[in-house]
Write a protein that binds this ligand. Structure first.
Ligand code: NAI
Length: 304
């Protein structure tokens, strides 16, 4: 009926529970966004005690917002009271939306969603924050794949506005619209896209990185020069070298590899040998103090 269809396509109501499964970097950020938007938020993590720790960390971040004058004390108190850790998946039964941000592994995500389907009701929207897996493949294990969608946030989720709302092969339009409208109600800038390897951002970025690395390998220019050109002339906020140093070469290379393989090893997306060497050497970027650049004081960098 029309009313049910319209309702299914509108944002998840503010008084409905949003569950976040996997409470690491991304899960905590997404939980904070949903919480500040007014939802009751329930956290679940497979590692014992981690959901409770994550809840404390999220409240700690709200405290910092209060200290900076960006959030009222009463809002912080009300939000903290709406945030609850769950000890089992069964405690997510009343969720209207589950956002998954667990380890980036297809079988592990499939297993989680199969278990979630036994718990939540049929109207519950199921979303994955995967950055490199196929939404269609994760949904392949579901009984009701129509209500499954990608909601790809960017790190740090509370600060970065973009959310890619990804429709898999079986995603129905009302679920995609509901995810899109929810992201918008949370103050984000959603973009709708189909399930293509890397979605939009991670796909389009690959050839930029690859070409920058190739220019460096040909010794045409050094990283600092190429980064400066991308920033000053190309209008990028960060050049390919400083950005991949920030992301971490282990993470960045894994995504490149996954997009390349998903496109049947199309050379446009081929991983870089120079980046492979950095990973092998344990020079993962800022987090290890050295990548394309060397970092001495947590911020400033200088070329090799
Ligand atoms: P993380 O390692 O910080 O957190 C993952 C959490 O999931 C851990 O607390 C772990 O205990 C928990 N977990 C693992 N298996 C679980 C299971 N079966 N059930 C419940 N909890 C489980 O990872 P991070 O960086 O937050 O990434 C999570 C997801 O978000 C991945 O799919 C990743 O590709 C995606 N993503 C990551 C971004 C980033 O910049 N870190 C950006 C956008 C998406």
């Amino acid at each position: 009926d029309t009313e049910a269809t319209t309702r299914a396509g509108s944002a998840v109501e503010r008084d409905r529970t949003v569950a976040v499964v996997g409470t690491g970097t991304m899960g905590q950020g997404i939980a904070q966004v949903a919480l500040v938007a007014g939802h009751p938020v329930r956290l679940y993590d497979a590692a014992p005690g981690r959901a409770a720790q994550a809840a404390e960390a999220v409240v700690g971040r709200l405290d910092r917002l209060v200290a900076k004058g960006k959030l009222a004390q009463e809002e912080r108190d009300a939000a903290a009271a709406r945030l609850t850790p769950a000890g089992s998946l069964g405690e997510l039964a009343d969720a209207a939306l589950v956002v998954e941000a667990i380890v980036e592994s297809l079988p592990v995500k499939q297993e989680l969603f199969a278990a979630l389907e036994e718990t939540v009701d049929e109207g519950c929207l199921l979303a994955t924050n995967t950055s490199s897996l196929s939404v269609t493949a994760i949904a392949g294990a579901l009984r009701l794949p129509g209500r499954f969608v990608g909601m790809h946030f960017f790190n740090p989720a509370p600060l970065l506005p973009l959310v890619e709302v990804v429709s898999g092969f079986a995603t129905d339009i009302t679920s995609a619209t509901r995810a899109y409208e929810t992201a918008r109600a949370w103050g984000k800038t959603p973009v709708a896209c189909a399930d293509t390897p890397g979605f939009l951002v991670n796909r389009i970025a690959r050839p930029f990185y690859a070409e920058a690395f190739a220019v460096h390998e040909e010794q045409a220019a050094d990283p600092a020069t190429i980064d400066a050109v991308l920033r000053e002339s190309g209008g990028f906020r960060m050049g390919a070298f400083e950005l991949t140093d920030l992301i971490g070469h282990d993470v960045n290379e894994a995504v490149t590899r996954s997009v390349w393989e998903a496109f049947f090893q199309d050379p446009r997306f081929r991983p870089s040998l120079a980046q492979r060497r950095l990973v092998e050497a344990g020079m993962l970027g800022r987090k290890t103090g050295r990548g394309w650049y060397t970092y001495d004081d947590g911020g400033a960098h200088h070329p090799e």
